[in-house]
Design a protein around this ligand. Sequence first.
Ligand code: FES
Length: 144
Amino acid sequence: MNRPQIANRRMATIGAARGRPCTLVVCRGCCCGNPRKHPGTDHAWQLDRLRAGAAESRGGFAVRATDCLGPCDQANVIVVQPSTAGRAAGGRATWIGFAMDDDCTDELLAWAAAGGPGIAAPPPTLELQFVRPPRETRARAARR
Ligand code: FES
């Protein structure tokens, strides 16, 4: 095993010990991120910006895109999942709806960088965009 491989394995071990970071799950299904359905928003730029923020955080938070999460009428939908530490502190996945403008993107980045649910309070204006998750998601969370 060469040095970069050893370093990568060490970083993976450190990451596993720390647990999972806060993660922004960005819906990019049939409606979210679709410029034909939601013109006037640069959806690709939004996702690039979120990913750049995650890269700058050096593991502080992560971003991943996913297929349709369900509440298409509230597009763009982004779910802020708590880190392992945040979940242990009582943080739960928080669904953000109508995440279209720059201010919302800034607030998502700021909250995730601060630690996300269970670790840091969300920006008050972002709270105005909290939406209820779909019923089946709520039922699944209640069984945990
Ligand atoms: S495409 Fe995002 S909720 Fe359906």
